[in-house]
Design a protein. Sequence first.
Length: 209
Amino acid sequence: MKPALLICVLLSLCGCATPPEIRIPEVSRLPEGWGRFESSRFAGGDCPVLYGTYLNSPDEFGPNGKRTDADEYAAFMIYKLFPFYLSEVQVVSASEVTASKGTISVRQDSASFLTLQDYVETNEAFESTSFSMSEGDFSCADGILKFRRQEQYGMMEGQSVNFQVQVQANKADDGSLIMIWSRGPYRGNAPEKAEFVHVFYRFPPAPEK
């Protein structure tokens, strides 16, 4: 047997070949009582219009059901849902932001550029973070914005690591910001059996001043 063929056979027998990538299932509907996805998009594209100011106390719906989170837990949600590691966070003065304590503000100068403004209690300051489509921070398709997927496959300290996480954003027809956190395996030989967890977060629109 030729050496190259022998190597292929051995890889096949020991299961060392890299399994195929698993696609994250699409989420087509919101939890009961949350209404429907809003259909407005930027002209000539697939990006949803997320512009607005929202209460930083989201409702959550996941495997354990729906609940309203405490303020400190809600603040943690911001770091779970927005990929701050992709962009530089800037401290700004209160006069430069539209957000206030207890709210987050999403600004969109265009379909390809999104800015988040929020008040960080631990720093006692307003912060602004921008995300760019051209930098690969997010993409849009069918009216849904998807932040860059986190994925890991291989070994770490002798332990198998195989997961992927993606956060997508849209708007509900009542004006709420909807964010969906999805987690499941990244690679596997039986994609149809892969199990994913989807957790929904609803940020209600802040009352007008």
